[in-house]
Design a protein around this ligand. Structure first.
Ligand SMILES: NC(=O)c1ccc[n+]([C@@H]2O[C@H](COP(=O)([O-])OP(=O)(O)OC[C@H]3O[C@@H](n4cnc5c(N)ncnc54)[C@H](O)[C@@H]3O)[C@@H](O)[C@H]2O)c1
Length: 372
């Protein structure tokens, strides 16, 4: 594809990039660029798909992106059926999954009817779960529309529903056949959501790439302004890193656990803040706690910990936990799915670009670090 001038800003948009993802000998493309939704039908046709397909999204997103997507799917011999689900975590439920099964049944879907998930992580997790389970698996494509979904949740095949107010209690691994990350869709999300997604970007820098970390450090303002070349470079780099980690460890037995950097504290912080902190804000705080703990253990330098704090601040993310009741925080950490016999495995940085999983950290140690 050739560079395409961006009409709104006069900026040049870079040509789209493809990242090849492989899991257990199955390959799929992650495409990152602009105006990709307008050619989604072609991408789907290239996979040998045609005819009926189900597009799962939220009403606000259908308003923004359905007309163009529908037109292009129809032009490529698809008969798309739009299914709308409410926004928010409540939709990651068995009830909503049942509603989608019913829509598939009524559409006359068979094992070859693809599901196209247009939205953020909520849509991706829900539609992914339904695709994995309907008739023991129908084809799935992710069209992620939040930064978090583009750099993280659309890649790697984790699907999930919540259960009894606990997050992601039900789910399975199910890889998509295609991920189309249309960067233009990020212009309609809020600045806070962009900042929140940036926490995951910093996480990839911390665990896997000092180059990515330095790139973000020096271009934080351009990134927040969604400058096309900078944004595409960062999203594509994160997609590469995640795809590589998942290729080596689909099921969270080894290297993939590094992706939990900052997340043990983050999940508890989200819960005790009654979800007034976004996931990314909580991850930012969690990464700083992990960095401080690593400094105390003599594994990580104060200098690098300060670089982490500074880059998060440049991205408008918090680095300190708001006041919280210690008991509640401990209880929330014990609920972590990765907890075993009351101990947590914790990801700690060795240097920027490299981290390790330390098992058997007690919640008390983490609490001590937070209270210092
Ligand atoms: N499967 C995984 O590997 C994985 C990884 C990380 C997070 N997750 C899950 O992802 C979810 C969070 O995802 P999220 O942060 O994308 O939130 P989200 O999916 O709830 O989207 C946030 C809000 O933004 C709106 N929105 C989305 N795209 C938009 C756009 N382009 N323009 C305007 N509005 C838009 C949505 O309607 C919603 O109201 C959580 O449920 C989390 O558990 C999954």
């Amino acid at each position: 594809m050739s560079p395409d001038p961006c009409p709104a800003s006069g900026l040049i948009r870079p040509p789209a990039q493809r990242v090849a993802a492989e899991v257990n000998g199955r390959y799929y493309d992650i495409c990152i660029g602009y105006d990709l939704l307008a050619t989604a039908g072609l991408f789907c046709q290239e996979l040998g798909w045609r005819g009926r397909c189900l597009v799962v999204t939220h009403p606000c997103l259908s308003h923004l992106y359905w007309p163009g997507l529908e037109q292009n799917l129809c032009r490529h011999d698809f008969s798309p059926q739009l299914v709308l689900v409410d926004e928010g975590e409540e939709s990651k439920s068995l009830t909503t999954a049942g509603f989608l099964y019913e829509a598939l049944y009524r559409t006359g879907a068979d094992r070859h009817t693809p599901i196209l998930a247009l939205g953020g992580g909520v849509i991706g997790d829900l539609a992914g779960f339904v695709a994995a389970t309907y008739q023991r698996g129908v084809p799935l494509a992710h069209f992620p529309t939040t930064l978090l979904a583009q750099v993280d949740s659309s890649i790697g095949g984790k699907t999930a529903l919540n259960y009894h107010h606990l997050k992601n209690q039900i789910g399975l691994y199910y890889q998509p056949s295609l991920v189309l990350s249309d960067l233009g869709t990020l212009s309609s999300i809020t600045a806070r959501q962009i900042q929140s997604g940036m926490a995951e970007v910093v996480k990839y820098g911390m665990i896997a790439s000092s180059d990515l970390f330095a790139y973000v450090e020096s271009r934080a303002q351009l990134l927040l302004a969604l400058q096309p070349e900078v944004l595409q470079h960062v999203v594509a780099t994160c997609a590469c890193i995640k795809a590589e980690i998942v290729a080596a460890d689909e099921r969270d037995k080894g290297q993939r656990r590094l992706l939990n950097f900052g997340h043990t504290v983050a999940h508890a912080a989200e819960a005790v803040s009654n979800f007034s902190l976004t996931h990314g804000e909580a991850v930012a705080i969690g990464m700083v706690v992990a960095a401080r703990l690593a400094c105390r253990l003599g594994m990580f330098s104060q200098e690098e910990a300060s670089r982490l704090v500074v880059v998060l601040e440049k991205l408008g993310l918090p680095t300190v936990l708001p006041p919280f009741p210690a008991g509640e925080f401990m209880a929330a950490m014990q609920h972590d799915k990765k907890a075993r016999n009351g101990k947590l495995s914790f990801v700690l940085p060795r240097r920027i670009g490299e981290a390790v999983v330390i098992s058997e950290v007690s919640p008390e140690t983490i609490l001590q670090e937070i209270s210092r």
